[in-house]
Design a protein around this ligand. Sequence first.
Ligand code: ADP
Ligand code: MG
Length: 322
Amino acid sequence: MRNLYVDYGTGDDAVTALRDVDLTLHRGEVLGLAGESGSGKSTLAYAVTRLLSPPGVITGGDVVYHQRDGDDLDILSLTPQQLRAFRWQELSIVFQGAMNSLNPVHTVHSQLTDVLQAHRPEMSKADRTARAEELLKLVGIATDRLGSFPHQLSGGMRQRVMIAMALALEPEIVIMDEPTTALDVVMQRQILRQLVRLREELGFSVIFITHDISLLVEFSDRIAIMYGGRIVEEAGAADIYRDSQHPYSDGLLHSFPALHGPRRELTGIPGSPPHLAAMPSGCAFHPRCPKAFDPCAAKVPVLAAPGGQGDRAVACWLHHTP
Ligand code: ADP
Ligand code: MG
């Protein structure tokens, strides 16, 4: 994603939900995206998959998909027909609360084979059933559950069925938008561990979105932190955990208890996220920032590598010359 902008509404009523977002998902990596509710995480997921619905509009930037054959695909200019092929086959998405989007009156078998039937019409009925069994096994569910209806499964199982569905056509990219938020912490970790194992087996890339950064520290390769529609820090997961550079990342890290590693005091972040229609000047975080100083209210900090560290980026005047 390059310089991506998204507005909700047009004309005088428009508010900007994504501002100048630059983010690269590398092949085979798990990229975690964290930020408080309202920071623009879902908007980003919808924008890059072209699923944004009105009043959402992409007002600037590029989304480019580098295909395995070397060709680049400009996602923002795909025709509806090209988009249909791109989604599910190349990229699939598991939405927030997806486990409730299974159809209550159809069995797991019919919902899994429907996806295959729609995109792989050449498959025989027996092949589709075999593939459905394989997919269930992949996410750790016994194949005798194929005949079950969604209400006969636990929340964790339903969520795993959604993940199986997302993997049905072996996509290159899987985007998960708070896929486990409705589940308990133990179940969240179990599903995530499975996902990371599958990634190693099948080689897809993941964008994993959550407001709970402690999960990301454990399971992702890199983490990007969003605030007020911008990426404010991006670095390797271990670097963020050990040495976060943006005061907001710091605040997030001290808002959730980590299940592993040394204990940290939980302090949370004072105040609440900004309203899109009244975004603070300069760095949007400055009114809540314990380290704010003169330039913060005046100038928007650029997202750039802090002194000498090329593999990470931070948008904060503590690390750049105003
Ligand atoms: P997150 O997923 O990080 O919680 P969202 O992407 O859902 O954040 O929302 C980002 C911002 O965009 C929020 O301030 C939200 O109020 C606003 N927003 C989201 N959807 C709409 C919409 N359909 N119309 C107007 N504003 C919206
Ligand atoms: Mg969201």
